[in-house]
Design a protein around this ligand. Structure first.
Ligand code: MD3
Ligand code: FE
Length: 217
């Protein structure tokens, strides 16, 4: 067990930070929704279980993923794509729960993006030691729409890079209940998650769940 400042921090009061012209951190914004989010998440997991995607290069991702909404994101040896069908179940992805949509829309509006209508919610599950290497999200057609991301469970250090892979990345700690809205000029920035430190969360145990809401088409 480690008890340092980073592990101990979890915002309980809402506040807002602007990381860049189009990037807003809404601390603790999701806390009022958590009680409804967790059972909805459990139902999604039941219908479309978490899986470790294989990248087109043949690597198994350490982060496990599932999706809900009209479209989900998948990857295999043929490439990355959005699909209405979960390839692991052969069925549609579970629908976007109302509480997910309400949270995503009110966070987007808070950051100045009214009328956000996500078709996809990607759900990432991290355990201590897992990471997401620097990448860009380029598989959506509408870069005008924001991405809304919700962090739940143990903390993570987010890497907020530039428009080129080698640009120096800022580090932003993300805690249970934090929501980040990324839009406009910052939509194509490189980003990633450092390997998670060992930690345990009172509601989610040794895991971090990240929801990202996207308008795809
Ligand atoms: C900044 N997920 O699923 S969410 C991803 O915490 C992904 O699981 C991370 O990167 C996670 O693709 C980060 C925040 C996020 C998502 C998309 C962005 C930040 C972004 C696109 C552009 C800039
Ligand atoms: Fe990403």
């Amino acid at each position: 067990m480690t008890f340092d400042l980073f592990d101990a921090l979890e915002a309980t009061e809402q506040s807002q930070e602007q990381l860049a012209p189009g990037a807003f951190v809404l601390r603790a914004f999701a806390l009022p929704y958590v009680q409804q989010l967790l059972p909805a998440l459990a139902a999604i997991e039941q219908a479309s279980p978490f899986r470790h995607l294989i990248t087109p290069g043949g690597f198994r991702m350490s982060v496990a993923m599932t999706c809900c909404g009209e479209l989900g994101w998948t990857s295999d040896r043929r490439g990355y794509r959005y699909s209405a069908i979960d390839p692991d179940t052969g069925r549609h992805w579970p629908p976007l729960p109302t509480v997910f949509l309400q949270l995503a829309q009110s966070a987007a509006a808070q950051a100045g993006f009214d009328g956000f209508m996500p078709e996809a919610c990607l759900i990432n599950r991290y355990e201590p030691g897992t990471r997401l290497t620097l990448h860009q999200d380029k598989d959506e057609l509408d870069y005008g729409a924001p991405i809304v991301s919700v962090s739940l469970g143990i903390p993570a250090m987010f890497l907020f890079g530039g428009n080129a892979r080698n640009d120096k990345a800022a580090r932003v700690p993300l805690f249970h209940g934090d929501v980040v809205v990324w839009g406009g000029p910052d939509r194509l920035r490189f980003h990633g998650i450092l390997p998670l430190k060992e930690a345990e969360h009172s509601l989610l145990g040794r895991q971090r769940i990240n929801l990202t809401f996207r308008k795809v088409a």
